[in-house]
Design a protein around this ligand. Structure first.
Ligand SMILES: [Zn+2]
Length: 177
């Protein structure tokens, strides 16, 4: 098994800053969460696909542009057997179309910081139109097509991707976040 990377330092720097803001904002409203996974290696993404914990190779985790945050209790991740505690944390009555207040709050704070949230992928406020519920997941692609990110990654690795994102953000300064 490939190791899970949890370090915020492995995220693209602007994402890291915003994840920190999100974790602090959550803490301030009494919701304690921490980064469960940040950057994901190609090898680990292959494993996730094999174990069906991910449904796509087009994951922004590969580029350090996504994070999964999990609730923590007494310094440990809330998970429970087969993830049942985590499900209960997110879903009311195990019903995927009804989120708990805490889950909604986490999602809203993340979206306010400019993230796309895996509990409302298109950000339209309707939680019933999700094809994949990934409430732990926050990401930002900076409007760069995923194919472009893959292409640059293959050519020059993560450093080249981050440089490209830097350039795009510079070009779009004043127009976007
Ligand atoms: Zn994720």
């Amino acid at each position: 098994m490939e190791p899970i990377i949890r370090s915020l330092d492995c995220l693209y720097p602007d994402i890291k800053v915003r994840v920190c803001k999100l974790l602090v904002a959550l803490h301030d409203v009494g919701i304690n969460m921490a980064a469960f996974e940040t950057l994901r290696s190609i090898e680990r993404q292959m494993e996730a696909l094999a174990h069906k914990t991910s449904k796509t190779f087009n994951s922004l985790h590969l580029f350090g542009l996504a994070v999964d945050i999990w609730p923590v209790k007494a310094g440990k991740f809330v998970f429970g057997e087969n993830g049942k505690d985590l499900d209960a944390w997110y879903f009311k009555n195990k019903n995927p179309v009804e989120y708990t207040d805490k889950a909604k709050q986490a999602g809203a704070l993340g979206m306010r910081l400019g993230f796309t949230w895996g509990g409302d992928w298109d950000g339209d406020g309707n939680i019933k139109d999700q094809t994949f519920y990934d409430l732990v997941h926050f990401e930002d692609d900076y409007d760069i097509p995923i194919d472009t990110l893959h292409k640059i990654y293959i050519e020059g690795g993560l450093n080249r991707v981050w440089k490209y994102v830097d350039d795009c953000r510079w070009l779009c300064k004043g127009q976007k976040k």
